[in-house]
Write a protein that binds this ligand. Structure first.
Ligand code: ZN
Length: 164
């Protein structure tokens, strides 16, 4: 099995920010990194679930809605993946994400939290979601990071794997 590209990022050097995780097949995958991996607590599952509903709702109604393919949480709960068609820069995504977070902070309920519309409708936490959004917003505005530090991995057969 090949080591996949996102595992070649040095997660010990990764700061909250927005990164291009990959660009291929006409899609750009953005890494919206909310917390510092393995150093800060990851986003709690209920807060992350609410963030997914809110962020997906905003992006799918935004000026770039035609290009939004997917919005969803990372399994490690330290960030969100946003997949777009076409090419967007991290600065464009930074502006849009700031607008999205500001909108979330004005919300009084999480959309689509009925059993008919959500697979785990009780797993939501809007106050904690807003707490995470406030901190992430502040980081995007004042302490922005967008350059990955790459790991160099040597595969079992000796090949050096620096970039997938
Ligand atoms: Zn849901």
């Amino acid at each position: 099995m090949e080591v996949i590209q996102s595992f070649t990022i040095d997660h010990t050097q990764l700061k909250p920010g927005i990164y291009v995780s990959r660009e291929d097949k006409g899609f750009t995958t953005f890494d919206l990194r909310i917390t510092e991996p393995n150093k800060e607590p990851a986003v709690a599952p209920a807060a992350m679930h609410s963030l997914e509903h809110l962020m997906a709702t905003w992006f799918r109604n935004s000026e770039v809605k035609e290009d939004v393919v997917y919005v969803g949480p990372m399994g490690c709960l330290t960030g969100m993946y946003l997949i777009m068609t076409g090419s967007y820069t991290v600065q464009e995504m930074r502006r849009l994400t700031i607008e999205c977070l500001e909108w979330i902070l004005t919300q009084t309920e999480v959309p689509a939290t009925q059993p008919e519309s959500c697979g785990n409708y009780l797993l939501h936490d809007l106050p904690m979601c807003k707490w995470e959004c406030t901190r992430y917003l502040n980081r995007l505005q004042n302490d922005f990071h967008s350059e990955y530090t790459k790991l160099q991995i040597t595969l079992d057969d000796g090949r050096i794997f620096a970039d997938a």
